[in-house]
Design a protein around this ligand. Structure first.
Ligand code: M6R
Length: 641
């Protein structure tokens, strides 16, 4: 697993200046990572104090105006909710019951249910619905006078991804921090040290940063910072046997900064700061030129986040659906997928998966048509709304109409508690993190992943998918992020193709079955950001008219991966070639046959056909991106959108 970035933003400051303005400025710089709520905690005059607020950062700013100005140590968080709706209570920081410890966290704690049950038995009272709150209670339970030690004992119990900052009022000049699969950097300043999820939050204060590794346990004070290897210490202390039950430690009262370093070993890990030359704007884009390219590259991690906690050893956990009676799924009359644009294309891929695995008829409806249509809908129909934002007006209206007629509404969405999830009976969130580029990339692939997981889940409930086949599909699905990572290596070739054809007036995209929607998506991506006219077609439909368009003046991208209809695709490609067309083939790696029929070929890793659209779209996203760039268009800000 690489960075499992759930896209919240965290920041910490310990120094000799007023902490609040620095933290708030850092949060503003991190707001692009998430923005449903925000909060800060500081050690002010020997006491922990803080504020949190639902909504954009301005709401928090309004609440803390002129407060806590003498505090010189503090942490902050801007949230993109994954567990628990956006609210004041679920916003970070989270506090221990005795209000001495505060924690901010980015990531997902997979075993939070078990830990919550264990801690509740010990008498800890939970305030929020978040997975994060277990961390602060564990910290309190583990504390014996050394904050770094307490964090070490805490994370020994955690499974999942985390970047954590913790402060305690007994240690007014100290922040402790650790990461595992979630990004965290340490900024080294003059009489100050900083932490942040991402460099943009720090660059105004320091350009000397340490990119922390997994299990780097850090203690920073105004004057110093030290890093330990937490994994080695966990091993040495025997905390890694999984049996380390939580026990409340006797908490010494009146601890002060003087006792710090009492129990951490003096030998620490060597970490050297590097000097960052990039601008703040470059840093926000993770060093990529545009958000779209950054988001294309985030897909392996985004897909991991979609799957995390939902695939067990050979089973699917969609706890959000458990309240729906199995009888409903078994008696399902039909599914109508309602969506717009890219989200509709994800739905079109899902149609094949749901029909194949669940043996239920599926219609895909363009939301702007469906909402005004008279399609009869009954209580045995399921509407699946697919939407990144959860706010698209046509999708919303279509769902409202269908709900009135008695249908059940299930939404696949990326933005927690947005309007469409709020009216739905159930929602499955993609957890892809905010999509800033207008051209949808990671939202699309995570929607397909989640819809296909749903198809496996329903196939088992409906008895239409054998246990053995479900297990094989789940194993393969779990390997998809790694295959997406491999597919990213096509970038150079995609760039070359995009540049070669940057002056053409048209592109054609063709595919069949699972990759029929890929053709539409490839065309949509290209036209919306490069303004080259593009058409997506079913390859078998070409002979019914559009083949008349084919000349040698523009390329046709043909998605021709391993499948039962591979030979049919080949003959469709031959038809295009024989009319003088240029063909760029997207093929499964190891395919030597297609080479002879096409002008250029891009190989993606081999998968079952059902999962191939997750990979085959990636070169198409990249071609669109580089076509836009080579034509001088800004892919993040398409005109008219
Ligand atoms: O937020 P939604 O997924 O409901 O938005 C639907 C479409 O507007 C969206 O998918 C659009 O087509 C893409 N951003 C295009 O790249």
């Amino acid at each position: 697993m690489e960075d499992s970035d759930t896209m919240c933003g965290i920041i910490g400051y310990v120094g000799n200046k007023s902490a609040v303005p620095i933290i708030v400025d850092g949060l503003r710089r991190l707001e692009y990572r998430g923005y449903d709520s925000a909060g800060i905690a500081v050690v002010d005059d020997g006491h922990l104090a803080g504020q949190k607020a639902k909504g954009h950062l301005e709401v928090l700013e309004g609440k803390i105006a002129n407060k806590f100005l003498s505090a010189t140590t503090g942490i902050g968080h801007t949230r993109w909710a994954t567990h628990g709706t956006p609210s004041d209570i679920n916003a970070h920081p989270h506090y221990s019951a005795d209000s001495r410890f505060a924690v901010v966290h980015n990531g997902i704690i997979e075993n939070h249910h078990e830990l919550r049950a264990e801690l509740t038995k010990l008498g800890f009272k939970f305030q929020s619905d978040t997975d994060t709150e277990v961390i602060v209670h564990l910290l309190e339970a583990s504390y014996t006078g050394d904050l770094a030690q307490a964090l070490l004992h805490t994370i020994a119990r955690l499974k999942g991804a985390f970047a954590i900052l913790a402060i305690c009022e007994s240690h007014p000049d100290e922040i402790v921090a650790i990461r595992n699969h979630s990004p965290l950097i340490l900024g080294v300043g003059e009489n100050a040290n900083y932490f942040a999820s991402d460099a943009p939050a720090l660059l105004a204060h320091t350009r000397d940063v340490v990119f922390l590794d997994d299990f780097d346990l850090v203690r920073a004070t105004q004057a110093d910072w030290k890093v330990w290897d937490a994994q080695a210490m966990i091993k040495k202390l025997g905390l890694d046997n999984g049996n380390g039950k939580i026990a409340r430690q006797r908490v010494p009262s009146g601890m002060t900064g003087r006792v710090m370093n009492a129990s951490m070993p003096s030998a620490s890990r060597r970490r050297r700061p590097v000097h960052l030359d990039m601008s703040i704007e470059q840093a926000e884009k993770g060093g990529y030129e545009h958000f779209m390219l950054k988001e294309i590259h985030e897909q392996p991690t985004a897909i991991e986040n979609t799957l995390t906690g939902r695939i067990g050893k050979h089973s699917t956990f969609l706890s959000e659906l458990e309240f729906i009676d199995n009888e409903f799924w078994r008696n399902l009359n039909r599914i109508i997928i309602v969506a717009c644009g890219t989200a509709l294309h994800a739905g079109m891929v899902a149609k094949y998966a749901l029909e194949d695995l669940c043996e239920v008829p599926v219609d895909c409806a363009v939301a702007s048509e469906f909402r005004y249509g008279k399609s009869p809908v009954t209580k045995n129909d399921l509407i699946i709304a697919v939407t990144q934002s959860g706010e698209t007006a046509d999708t919303l209206a279509g769902c409202e109409e269908a709900k009135k007629k008695g249908a059940k509404i299930l939404t696949i969405c990326n933005v927690l508690s947005s309007s469409i999830p709020r009216l739905s009976h159930a929602t499955l969130y993609t957890h892809a993190g905010p999509e800033i580029g207008v051209a949808s990339t990671k939202a699309y692939t995570t929607q397909i992943v989640l819809l296909e997981l749903l198809a496996i889940y329903l196939g088992r409930i409906r008895g239409t998918l054998s246990k053995k086949n479900a297990e094989a599909l789940l194993d393969e699905l779990w390997s998809i992020p790694a295959l997406v990572r491999r597919t990213m290596k096509l970038e150079k070739e995609c760039k070359a193709i995009a540049e070669q054809y940057s002056a053409v007036a048209n592109y054609m995209y063709v595919g069949r079955r699972y990759n029929y929607p890929t053709a539409f998506e490839g065309a949509l991506k290209l036209k919306e950001i490069s303004y080259i006219h593009a058409e997506g077609y079913g390859a078998g439909e070409m002979k019914h008219g559009p083949i008349a368009l084919v000349t040698g003046e523009f390329p046709t991208v043909a998605i021709c991966v391993e499948s039962d209809i591979y030979d049919k695709m080949l003959s469709n490609i031959e038809e295009i070639k024989s009319r003088g067309g240029n063909v760029i083939g997207i093929a499964s790696s190891g395919d030597r046959k297609l080479q002879k029929f096409v002008d250029r070929i891009l190989y993606i890793p081999r998968t079952s056909e059902i999962f191939s659209p997750i990979l085959s779209v990636i070169p198409l996203q990249m071609i669109a991106y580089y076509a836009a760039v080579s034509r001088g268009c800004n892919p993040d800000k398409p005109r008219n959108l």
